[in-house]
Design a protein around this ligand. Structure first.
Ligand code: 3HC
Length: 293
C-alpha cells in the first residue's frame, strides 16, 4: 500500500534539498527530474568534466523543451540555477534525501553507503536506484538502516513515469511515505516492490531482452526482431534499440543477478551479450552497441 500513512510515526519527512551521487545516464536524468520539480540539487561526480557533462546534458534537454515551446527560457534558467555540482561527497551533509546511481558494483556501493552514513545529517533519507543489488545489503553498511530505501528510476528518467519503491526489513514507514510524497512532487508513479532480484520490471523485462539476443543468434536480424516487436507488440522500441539505450553492461549485470537468484537455465546470459560487453560495445553511451551511433 503506497498511500501515505497518517500518524503512527509514519508522517513523511520534510524534503527541501536533494542530493544525487553519480554522473551517468540515470544520475543525470534524476538530477533533471528533481531540479525541474523545483528542488535544489547537489550532485557529486568524480571529475570536473563529469560535473560539467551532467549540467550540459540537462541544459541540452531544457533547450529542446524551450525550442518546442514547452518551457519558458526563464524557467529553464531557473532549473539550471538549482544545480550544484561537486567533487566531494561531503557536500551532501545538509541535503534531506540522497539518491545514488553509481556503478553497480557491490564494493563501490558499500563504500558509498558507509560514506553517506558518516556524512549525511540525521534524518536524511538514503536512497539507491540500484537495479541489481540488494537494498538490505546496502542498508547493512550503515548504522541507520531505517533511513535506507530503494527508488528505482527508469531510463530515460525525465520521461518514464515509474519509480519502483523498495523497502527492506528496517525501512521506516516515514521513509516510505517521504519517497511516495517525493514521487508525487516529481509527477512520478510509485509502485512498491519487494527486495527481490529485478524487483518487478527488470525481472520481467530482462529475460525477454535476453531471449531477443538468442533469437538473433538463431538467425533473425536485429532489424527484423525490432520491427516485429514494435509492430507486433506495440512496444515503443524493439529489444535491440532498448538494450543500446539501457547499456549492455547494465543488462549483463541484471541478467547475472536474475540467474543467481532464480537459477533457471533459461536465464543464462546469451553468449553474444557477453561478447559485446567484452568488446566495449556498451550501447549509445559508448557510440556502439548492437548498432553504431
Ligand atoms: N531525456 C530526456 N527527454 C527525452 C529523452 C531523454 N533521453 N528521450 C526522449 N525524451 C523526450 C523527448 O524530448 C520528447 O519530449 P516532448 O514530448 O516534450 O517533446 C518525449 O520524450 C518523447 O520522445 P520522442 O518523441 O523523441 O520519442 P519516442 O516517442 O520514441 O519516446 C521514449 C522516447 C520515451 C524513450 C520511448 O522510445 C520509450 O518509451 N522507450 C522505452 C523505454 C523503456 O522501456 N525504458 C525502460 C528501460 S529499463 C530500465 O530503465 C531499468 C534499468 O534498471 C535498466
Amino acid at each position: 500500500d503506497l498511500t501515505p500513512s497518517t500518524g503512527g510515526g509514519g508522517a513523511a519527512r520534510e524534503v527541501e534539498a536533494v542530493g544525487v551521487v553519480g554522473s551517468g545516464t540515470m544520475a543525470t536524468g534524476m538530477v533533471e527530474v528533481f531540479a525541474t520539480s523545483g528542488f535544489p540539487v547537489t550532485y557529486v561526480a568524480r571529475s570536473q568534466e563529469k560535473v560539467d557533462a551532467v549540467a550540459a546534458k540537462i541544459a541540452k534537454n531544457l533547450t529542446r523543451k524551450v525550442d518546442k515551446g514547452r518551457m519558458e527560457q526563464a524557467d529553464a534558467d531557473a532549473v539550471l540555477g538549482r544545480l550544484t555540482g561537486s567533487l566531494e561527497r561531503e557536500s551532501l551533509a545538509d541535503v534531506d534525501l540522497v539518491v545514488e546511481a553509481i556503478a553497480e558494483e557491490i564494493g563501490i556501493k558499500n563504500q558509498l553507503f558507509a560514506d553517506l552514513d558518516r556524512i549525511c545529517k540525521d534524518g536524511a533519507v538514503l536512497a539507491t536506484t540500484t537495479s541489481s543489488l540488494s537494498i538490505a545489503d546496502l542498508a547493512a553498511r550503515t548504522k541507520r538502516p531505517q533511513d535506507v530505501v530503494g527508488m528505482h528510476f527508469f531510463n530515460p528518467a525525465p520521461v518514464m513515469k515509474l519509480v519502483e519503491v523498495i523497502d527492506q526489513e528496517h525501512t521506516g514507514q516515514d521513509v516510505l511515505d517521504t519517497v511516495v510524497e517525493l514521487c508525487k512532487r516529481t509527477r512520478k508513479v510509485p509502485v512498491r516492490c519487494s527486495d527481490r532480484a529485478g524487483f518487478i520490471v527488470n525481472a520481467l523485462l530482462f529475460p525477454y531482452l535476453n531471449d531477443a539476443i538468442k533469437a538473433h543468434e538463431a538467425g533473425s536480424s536485429l532489424d527484423e526482431i525490432d520491427a516485429a516487436i514494435t509492430a507486433g507488440y506495440g512496444y515503443p522500441m524493439g529489444p535491440f534499440a532498448l538494450l543500446d539505450v539501457v547499456g549492455n553492461d547494465v543488462a549483463l549485470a541484471i541478467e547475472e543477478e536474475l540467474l543467481a537468484e532464480f537459477g533457471h537455465e533459461s536465464l543464462t546470459p546469451a553468449p553474444l551479450l557477453r561478447e559485446v560487453v567484452a568488446a566495449g560495445k556498451l550501447g549509445r553511451k559508448t557510440g556502439e552497441g548492437f548498432r553504431s551511433y
